[in-house]
Design a protein around this ligand. Structure first.
Ligand code: UT7
Length: 340
C-alpha cells in the first residue's frame, strides 16, 4: 500500500522581531491588551516593509532549503510544488512558479492554494491525494506569508495588524511502501463562502475593481478596502465551533480517539481559541503545541512553522499520531491526521 510520509520539514522567519511595545509606538495599543486577547508577545516582520528581496516566495524558498536538507533530497528530486499563501509576491502569477525558479527545479508543476489560514491543511490534503493516486513521489508543500507590507498600522487597523506576522514553513511529502513509515490517515476540508466578507481584503478584486478606480477616483478607495478587515468576535465564535467539528471528523474517519493523539497543532490564530479547544477535548498541555506567542498569526505558514519547531524540539517523534487543524477566512476549515 502506498503511503504519504513526511520526509522533511523546515521553517524560516525574518530576523526582525517586533514586540507589542514596538507596535504601541505606532498605534494606540499596549502589551497587556494584545497578550490578554491573543497570547501574542512578538512577531517577525521583514525589516523594510517595502523590501523587494524578502518576499513571500523567498521566505518559502529558505524554508524549502531546510526541508530538502532534512529529507536528504535535492531540488531536482521534487516533482511537484504546492504553495499556500494569501500574500503572494504578485497579484498573478502565484508564488509556486517563483519558488520553482528559485530552487532551480525542472519544469515541474506548481500549484497555488488560496485558502488563507486553512491553506496548509488544504495543500497537504491535495498533496496526499496526488501521492495516493501515484501521480507524484516527492511533493514540496509550502505555507508562506509576508503580512507586514499590507497591514494598517494606524489606530484604524489595530484590531488586525497586531495579530499577523511574517514567516514560512515547508514539508516534503513523499510516496513510500515502507511498512514502518508514517502516513496521512485522514483529511477533511470545508468551506462556507457566505461569510467571505467577515475576514477579507477586498482590493484588488473583480468585485471591487482596481485600476479604473485608482485612476479615476483615487480618493474613494478606502483603507477598509485595501487592508484586511475582520469581524473578530464573529470569526472567533465560528472558529471555536468548527475546530472541534473538524478534529472529531478526522479522528472518526481514521478510527482513532482523542486519547490516541500524541500531538495536536492548531493553526495559530489566537491562543484563546487553542486553549478553548484544548479544554473542550481535555488535552494535557504536553499534547498541544503553540508558538503564537513568538510569531503571531502567520496564516498559511503557522502550522508548518509550529510542526517544524515541534519536531526540531523533539516534541514529536517518528510513529507519533499528530493532528493539524485550521480555521480561517472564507470561511474555510479542515484537518490532517497523520502518523509521523
Ligand atoms: O486566523 C484567521 C482566523 N482569525 C481568528 O480566528 C481571529 C478571531 N478573533 C480574535 O482573535 C479576536 O476577536 C481579536 C483578537 C481579533 C479581538 O479580540 P476581542 O476580544 O474580540 O476584541 P474586540 O474586537 O471585541 O475589541 C474589544 C475592544 C474594542 O474597544 P471598545 O469598542 O470595547 O471600546 C476595540 O476597539 O478592544 C479595542 N481594540 C484594541 N485595543 C487595544 C481592538 N484592537 C485593539 C488593540 N489594542 N490592538
Amino acid at each position: 500500500m502506498i503511503k504519504s510520509t513526511i520526509k522533511g520539514i523546515g521553517f524560516h522567519v525574518p530576523d526582525h522581531v517586533v514586540s507589542n511595545d514596538d507596535l504601541a509606538k505606532l498605534m494606540t495599543t499596549n502589551d497587556e491588551w494584545i497578550t490578554e486577547r491573543t497570547g501574542i508577545k512578538e512577531r517577525r516582520h521583514r525589516i523594510n516593509r517595502n523590501d523587494a528581496q524578502e518576499t513571500t516566495a523567498f521566505l518559502g524558498y529558505k524554508a524549502s532549503e531546510k526541508a530538502l536538507q532534512h529529507a536528504g533530497l535535492e531540488a531536482k528530486d521534487i516533482d511537484y510544488i504546492i504553495f499556500a499563501t494569501l500574500s503572494p509576491d504578485y497579484y498573478f502569477p502565484g508564488c509556486g512558479v517563483i519558488l520553482q525558479d528559485m530552487l532551480g527545479c525542472d519544469t515541474i508543476g506548481a500549484l497555488d492554494i488560496r485558502n488563507q489560514c486553512s491553506g496548509f491543511v488544504y495543500a497537504m490534503s491535495v498533496a496526499n491525494a496526488f501521492i495516493k493516486s501515484r501521480i507524484y513521489k516527492n511533493i514540496l508543500v509550502v505555507g508562506s506569508e509576508v503580512h507586514s507590507f499590507g497591514l494598517d498600522f494606524s489606530d484604524k487597523g489595530r484590531g488586525v495588524s497586531v495579530i499577523f506576522g511574517d514567516g514560512a514553513g515547508a514539508v516534503i511529502l513523499s510516496a513510500t511502501e515502507d511498512e514502518n513509515a508514517g502516513d496521512i490517515l485522514a483529511v477533511n476540508m470545508h468551506s462556507e463562502g457566505k461569510y467571505a466578507d467577515e475576514l477579507c481584503t477586498k482590493f484588488p478584486g473583480s468585485k471591487y475593481g482596481w485600476s479604473d478606480r485608482m485612476r479615476t477616483e483615487p480618493d474613494q478607495v478606502t483603507d477598509e478596502e485595501v487592508y484586511p478587515k475582520m469581524n473578530g468576535n464573529f470569526v472567533f465564535k465560528n472558529a471555536v465551533t468548527r475546530f472541534p467539528e473538524t478534529m472529531q471528523e478526522a479522528l472518526d474517519k481514521a478510527g482513532k480517539t482523542i486519547e490516541d493523539l500524541d500531538m495536536f497543532i492548531p493553526h495559530q490564530a489566537n491562543l484563546r481559541i487553542a486553549q478553548f479547544v484544548q479544554q473542550k477535548f481535555g488535552l494535557p498541555d504536553e499534547k498541544v503545541f503553540n508558538n503564537i506567542q513568538r510569531y503571531g498569526n502567520t496564516t498559511a505558514a503557522s502550522i508548518p512553522i509550529a510542526l517544524s519547531e515541534a519536531i526540531e524540539g523533539g516534541k514529536i517523534k517518528r510513529g507519533d499520531l499528530v493532528l493539524l487543524s485550521a480555521f480561517g477566512s472564507g470561511f474555510t476549515w479542515g484537518s490532517v491526521l497523520f502518523q509521523y
